[in-house]
Design a binder for this molecule. Sequence first.
Ligand code: PMP
Length: 333
Amino acid sequence: MIVYNDILETIGNTPIVKVNKLPEEGKRKNIFVKLECFNPGRSVKDRIALNIIDQAEKENLLSNRSVIVESSSGNTGIGLSMVSRVRDYPNVIVIDQNCPAEKIKILKALGATIVMLTTDKKDSEDLTERRIEFVNEVKKTMENIFIPNQYENRNAPIAHYLNTGEEIVRFMEETGIRFDAIFLSVGTGGTITGVSKKIKEYDSSIKIIGVEPEGSTLFGGEKGSYLQQGPGNYFKPKNLVYDHIDQGIKVSDQDAFNMCRKFALKEGVLVGGSSGGVLYTAVEMSRQFEGNILCILPDGGEKYLDSIYSDEWLRNNGITLDKENENPIQILN
Ligand code: PMP
């Protein structure tokens, strides 16, 4: 047993778990998942939140009068709010109307000041770019503000190079299980850029596959709206480096969300929409690989109970649930 001196010391070293029943016959392969929902803020983004603030403190970019201000689809905001409470900084998180209600409640509970941007336009307005512009405007008018800037801060991919990637290498070394391919969700690019650099240094024949929502344009294609929360962008963030990515794949909301429901019913784990997208892509492509596959699953499903895990919400948003993924059990009084 070890003593953790604060909650931040529990970030990282997330478990890698074998998937047992999900891959169907004929597609059966050894698929493993690295569950980032085991981080204390329940997502992969805790890792970058901690490393960015740690490094900023080392470089004297923060003082006891600093306010941390960041644009986020939710998870980075949660990670930064957690770090801000432990380290005693006030913090402001700029989200938009697409942020799930559960994430907003968590941000509030963690004492963040929340700014919410909205739009009247229905489809594919780039609220992420508007959030970033908003933060840059705030910077002009406020003193003592520190902007982590997860889209460009090199300490984001470095967190994944030093930790997430390193943990995967250590897993392969210690267990003797080698991965032929690693599937990762892509948004700011922080995760895939850091992990792919570490993995290719270790063994350049391991394939790195990036997954984004259909409608996101990180791997080219037409811009369109999508409901997966966290992955994807309509612009290429500086932290997304394609050098070590072998392939970029798009996944629809329909396939991603159905996979979330299927994964919950077959394996007993609730995961978010980007995880569903990564899993769906990995199962679909699994025949192309001889050996084991690893999927990095960015967050848990508890933040999406009123969306991905609500039949009504799916129906209202034009998603058809496969019959096998419906949950027929009702509460018996
Ligand atoms: N999935 C979820 C749920 C996320 O919150 C994010 C980060 N916004 C991603 C995927 C993409 O990760 P990254 O920003 O490291 O590319």
